[in-house]
Design a protein around this ligand. Structure first.
Ligand code: PMP
Length: 403
């Protein structure tokens, strides 16, 4: 891959910040967008815009074709069996809330248990806690070792006859750990328990095949994979989605409404109340086509090289502490330098044009496990370069001399 050519696809990368070239290393939070994605949004507003479904007129039918075509792109991207298994949402958080709410409503009662892990994002903790408060369910947590690897023997010990579901991330947004999710799903299935995968941080960086994983539910956001904000996916096996009650009520998700009795629409529409972000879904599909065009394996190889290089270079800096040294890691490096507060280091790096993320990264229980308040995180995308890693390292050395 010619990274410098790829960089030209992303107009924002050419800008400066405080008079310095932008070094954007906050891709775990959101990625930048290629021109074709931005253009797809503008073009659709310019020439196609009309509300989807139910429209007899030309534009509505064209917009519907684009929207449903995007669903097919999602299906292909994750190798789902059918587009009935692709539910459009606002993002990972909404997808998680949908499953927790509908699954919890139908299949969980007081004393029933969900298994999550110590490294989960708040989006995969708090919805379960809301269900805990509402229905008295119990949350069990898979621990990890000091390298940031989940303890699989402890995981298996957590299953009881009250375990109703497992919900765990494929890649940690803080540690970069790639969890052995396929093996963990097989363990859950051995106990007759379904498994939900938070794929927010894996979808942009590796091939995710829902049939190969045998995932029951899998959720992700568009904006972390070069797509616009505000669109995401809930994948669910059709047999599960059929059994779940609707999440929100409104237009689109009904078959027939009367004051006496309302019947619900078929999949996938049963879970898509209201006007969908049909322009966002076009942008989303355009982004996934872009990724498929580059080849997710090529992206993974480039990002792996950057992560290894960044880890090696950062370790040369005296006083650096890296969090997350799992054998299998994705494109995230979290660290602290001496006793410099992560916020101060991040702010000073920003003045050099280097965008990193500082703080707890929406994973406060993980911070508690690590005995820290937060980290600085550099996270890579396909357009990052070794020169940018060098700029980060030089920036840290420069800042450290100020303390
Ligand atoms: N899970 C993980 C692992 C994440 O990294 C994020 C985003 N930081 C989320 C869930 C939430 O994603 P979103 O904000 O797009 O809903």
């Amino acid at each position: 891959m010619d990274i410098h050519k790829i960089r030209e696809d992303f107009p924002i990368l050419a800008r400066e910040v405080y008079g310095k070239p932008l070094v954007y290393l906050d891709n775990g939070a959101t990625t930048q967008k290629p021109r074709i994605v931005i253009d797809s949004i503008v073009d659709e507003y310019y020439s196609v815009n009309a509300n989807v479904h139910r429209g007899v007129h030309y534009l509505s039918q064209k917009a519907t074709e684009l929207h449903e075509g995007s669903r097919e792109t999602m299906r292909r991207f994750i190798n789902a069996k059918s587009t009935n298994e692709i539910i459009f949402t606002r993002g990972t958080t909404e997808s998680l809330n949908l499953v927790v709410s509908s699954f919890g409503e139908a299949f969980m009662n007081e004393g029933d248990e969900v298994i999550i892990s110590v490294m989960e994002h708040h989006s995969n903790i708090v919805p379960w806690q809301l269900l805990e408060a509402r229905k008295g369910i119990k949350i069990k947590v898979v621990p990890m070792n000091d390298k940031g690897e989940l303890l699989l023997e402890e995981y298996e010990k957590l299953f009881t006859e009250r375990t109703k579901i497992v919900s765990i991330m494929q890649v940690s947004n803080v540690l970069g750990t790639v969890n052995p999710i396929k093996e963990m799903i097989a363990t859950a299935h051995k106990h007759g328990v379904p498994f939900m995968v938070d794929a927010a941080q894996s979808i942009p960086h590796m091939k995710v095949d829902v049939q190969d994983l045998d995932a029951d539910f899998l959720v992700f956001s568009g904006h972390k994979v070069y797509a616009p904000t505000g669109v995401g996916v809930l994948y669910g096996k059709e047999e599960w989605l059929d059994k779940l009650p609707p999440y929100q009520g409104g237009g689109e998700m009904i078959k027939h409404v009367s004051f006496e009795k309302t019947t619900f629409n078929e999949l996938p529409f049963k879970f898509e109340a209201g006007t969908p972000d049909y322009i966002g879904t076009t942008g989303f599909a355009t982004a996934l086509d872009y990724v498929m065009g580059l080849g997710i394996e090529n992206i993974a190889a480039h990002e792996h090289m950057l992560t290894e290089y960044a880890t090696k270079r950062l370790k040369e800096i005296p006083g650096i502490r890296i969090f997350g040294e799992a054998a299998h890691k994705s494109s995230v490096v979290s660290f602290l330098l001496g006793d410099i507060h992560h916020f101060d280091l991040g702010t000073l790096l920003d003045r050099l044009g280097i965008a990193t993320r500082t703080g707890h990264h929406c994973a406060q229980p993980l911070m508690q496990r690590l005995g820290i308040e937060g980290t600085i995180r550099a996270s890579f995308a396909v357009y990052n370069t070794k020169e940018e890693v060098d700029a980060l390292v030089d920036g840290i050395i420069r800042v450290s001399k100020m303390f």
